[in-house]
Write a protein that binds this ligand. Sequence first.
Ligand SMILES: Cc1ncc(C[n+]2csc(CCOP(=O)(O)OP(=O)(O)O)c2C)c(N)n1
Length: 657
Amino acid sequence: MYELLETINEPEDLKKLSVDELETLSKEIRSFIIEVVSGTTGGHLGSGLGAVELTVALHYFFNFRNHDSLVFDVGHQCYPHKVITGRRDKLMKLRQHHGLSGFPDPVESCFDLVKTGHGGTSLSTALGMAIANKLAGRTDRTSVAVIGDGALQEGQALEALNHGGDLRDLKFLVVLNDNAHGIGPATGALASYFSKFRTSSAYMGAKKEAKKMLKALDQGGGAIGRAIHDVLDHVKAAAHGLMPAPHPGVLFEELGYFYYGPIDGHNVREIVDALENVSRVPKPVVLHLITTKGKGFKNEDEDFYAHHAAGTHQKVTSHLPREYSRHGGKPYTDVFIDETFELMARDEKVVAITAAMLQGTGLQKVLHKYPDRVFDVGMAEQHAVGFAQGLRLAGHKPICAIYSTFMQRSVDQLFQEIALIKTPVLMCLDRAGLVGPDGATHNGVFDIAYLGMLPNVVLCAPRDGTELKRMMRWGIEHNEPVAVRFPRTAAPRPELELPADQPIERGRCEILREGPDGAILAYGSMVYHALDVVEQLEKRHGKRFTLVNARFAKPLDEAALGPIIEKAPVVFTVEEHVRHGGFGSIVLEFCNRSLLDANKLVILAIDDRFVDHGQRVQVLEDVNLHPAGILRSIEQRLGLGSDKAHADAPAKAVRVG
Ligand SMILES: Cc1ncc(C[n+]2csc(CCOP(=O)(O)OP(=O)(O)O)c2C)c(N)n1
């Protein structure tokens, strides 16, 4: 079934094939990826399927083994690349614990130059490599960035385009993989611009133009300001019938790039021909490919954003233990959406913002009901935060819904636009904590640190679905910036939630259990994990612990926590975040400031390292934040837990129900 594919163990093997055979090989790669990803591993299926032929053509034409360089943007489309670069047999373990990463990773292969997962970065890196080649006189080497029309919206990508366009005598190739989609259908002015040119007549006209240009090898160029004016002039002139309508390359040409395309991104021969043509051009090149997201997968045309990513098959997850005993309610994302609906219904000033994550945040559903009050700003997290400020200052109440990891790209906007003048925006940070299969680039384990360092920002995290709703209701009316973090997991089952009778008040914690033998101060997603642990400590060892739901990392409830810390013989903080700058470290600073005995404090958090992929339960176990791991840490600290069977089967030991 995979006759040709089985002969490909490294990119050099492609060069032994004819172009016709490359077409056949592409079909085999596509079938193989569909079989593995949709049948077992899950992952970014649609993006990889759209990039099969372009990846085959690039590896056929270039030599990426210590010669040319290849950088994928986001990196989620790299499955065909992994298959070609000797990792075919390992694909079955894609995104699984100790298996292949779902993104490029230099640890896996010399063909993965960088580790990525965040969008908009490829052009900068590839341009740096192109300039390094030029400086070293390596004039025969090309530096290639493959970027989607979605990621091209990122500010950093546009900054790199601006920088690169003015440079000459360097081999910098931008392959624009234009499938008219980010995760869902593309939005924004760039998307509208490209969509005009997807017809075949536009292709042909543009191709003729590119060929003409190849002859002339136009050396002119300019940067963004000039380009925008030129494009506008061009459009105006076209409107008045003075010149032909612009082709899609105008934008890039006016930025100083040699533009080639658009061409069919699923035709290997056309792509190889194009690469041959543009390889002679002594200035930055944009090669524009039109592709179909999810090509070859069922319903590719009607429903392709539904399989941007496929879920992990049950056979990979069914043997895993429950995350904590009361786990199994609605995903936090769904609770967030339920409450967003309610807030919007109650107050027409409430608006919601997402940066190209309508599906992931769930805001797609809200958009259907409130099309004028939900804004998808595209892959543009920095802009999203600044935009939220503008809306707020003009009287709206923005919910800025950005995953914890992607919010990292907006730290300066959080500093200036939000914190500095205390702009009351409600930031909802989904995927805060360990995300599981997407791994290190997507773990949201730094937000307490990057937000906590800023004055004026209130940080909170709910213990369950009901509390998430209550925090959002409180936060949207609060007169300071509020960030609520919640994890990529299911909330506790509602019937097993602890009673919610204490109101949410700024900087006030909730004491859930009281006991003389020690205290656990748990933050957000770790509260019910800690509850399991408190129950086990009593059951196994007769130790009764105080359990605090901290609710707020900032401001900390110093009035309540001070006496608890003072009285308890030992105090553990638990959080799903890195130790440095996290909740525990805020408690430690409080102890230091208040002359409380910090020696009794133990911070249970993620050590100073990046956590790789696996199922969420597995990676929680890796970092000892599964209830069994927390219990083990506490037992060790207290000199308890000599029970060998228990030590050997930690996950099972606390599984209830
Ligand atoms: C900074 C950042 N924001 C958001 C995301 C989430 N994300 C992953 S892929 C994707 C869409 C990318 O679209 P495009 O570049 O066109 O690639 P395609 O999947 O369509 O091939 C988004 C928004 C991300 N990875 N990085």
